[in-house]
Design a protein around this ligand. Structure first.
Ligand code: C2E
Ligand code: MG
Ligand code: MG
Length: 277
């Protein structure tokens, strides 16, 4: 038995495991360099008014242009960044770059659209988040009302009172807040009315199978009704088909984003295809 255990223990040191551990360490140090070497890029996905089709905003989504692996999606490196704390400088770079881009589009004469930026849990807990956001807005010359920060239910419910205080500080500055991936977390509806937020984003998982899946159709319709009763604006995520669009539009969902309109694209593509003078 002991021998067997000993044998099993040895498995932790197989060359295979070593290779994986080494690879993870390399990936981490690569991510550390990615910022300095300007390998991170933002893509922008249009958010449209579902009634008129007008562009109302864009969401900034980070990608890593890895020298060997090619384009790495955020799901493959944001969790590691969060774990190592690298998310703080990365998140700050994202905010500054998105705000500067928004300001540059305005200066180029395009009609203003809202810029939505994802905030990570660790970033949200930073004691000087409000000061950092304020500094970035001043530095880039973007008006606070043009910036919307996306937070998740989990981030808020983790420490409700602290989260409300942070959101109120941001709100006082004039920055907008939205809850991302709504419905996948565990928001207490009782708290929802205390959050100083402008909108909810219905998670893609509830949009994917509508209108065919009656459960999801009912959830989506309920979230829209709930939001409207609280004077919140709704953005549906992941709209891919005309049927999904017409269902959401029927339920009064005002805004949406998804491949049906456009995948996330580079700043140049976005300006060429969607921005109006
Ligand atoms: P999210 O904020 O919910 O962003 C929406 C995700 O859905 C994006 O994935 C977008 O490309 C994808 N998407 C949009 N429309 C469709 C569609 O019609 N169909 C499908 N299948 N997917 C669609 P992406 O860019 O891979 O980002 C994934 C997640 O990574 C984001 O989810 C967000 O949580 C996180 N993320 C992205 N950029 C940042 C960032 O700058 N900072 C932080 N903290 N997180 C980020
Ligand atoms: Mg988002
Ligand atoms: Mg989302």
């Amino acid at each position: 038995r002991a021998k067997e255990r000993g044998k099993n223990t040895c498995q932790y040191f197989t060359p295979d495991m070593n290779a994986r551990a080494r690879e993870l360490l390399q990936f981490e140090s690569g991510l550390r360099q990615a910022l300095e070497q300007q390998q991170l890029v933002l893509h922008y996905q249009p958010q449209v008014d579902l009634m008129t089709g007008d562009l109302i905003g864009v969401e900034a989504l980070v990608r890593w242009e890895h020298p060997e692996r090619g384009m790495v999606p955020p799901g493959d490196f944001i969790p590691l960044a969060e774990e190592t704390g690298l998310i703080v400088p990365i998140g700050e770079w994202v905010l500054r770059t998105a705000c500067a881009q928004s300001r540059a589009w305005r200066q180029a004469g395009f009609s203003p659209v809202r810029m939505a930026v994802n905030i990570s849990p660790r970033q949200f807990r930073q004691s000087d988040l409000t000061a950092r956001v304020d500094e970035i807005l001043r530095e880039t010359g973007l008006e606070p009302g043009a910036l919307e920060l996306e937070v998740t239910e989990g981030m808020i419910m983790n420490d409700v009172e602290a989260a409300i205080a942070t959101m109120e500080e941001l709100g006082k500055m004039g920055v907008l807040l939205a809850i991302d991936d709504f419905g996948t977390g565990y928001s207490s509806l009782g708290y929802l009315k205390r959050f100083p937020i402008a909108g909810l984003k219905i998670d893609r998982s509830f949009v994917r199978d509508i209108p065919g899946d009656t459960n999801d159709a009912q959830i989506a319709a309920s979230v829209i009704a709930l939001a409207h009763n609280m004077n919140l604006r709704v953005v549906a995520e992941g709209i891919e088909t005309a049927d999904q669009l017409s269902f959401l539009r029927d339920k009064g969902c005002e805004h949406g984003q998804g491949y049906f309109f456009s995948p996330p694209c580079t700043a140049e593509e976005l300006a060429a295809r969607f921005l109006a003078a």
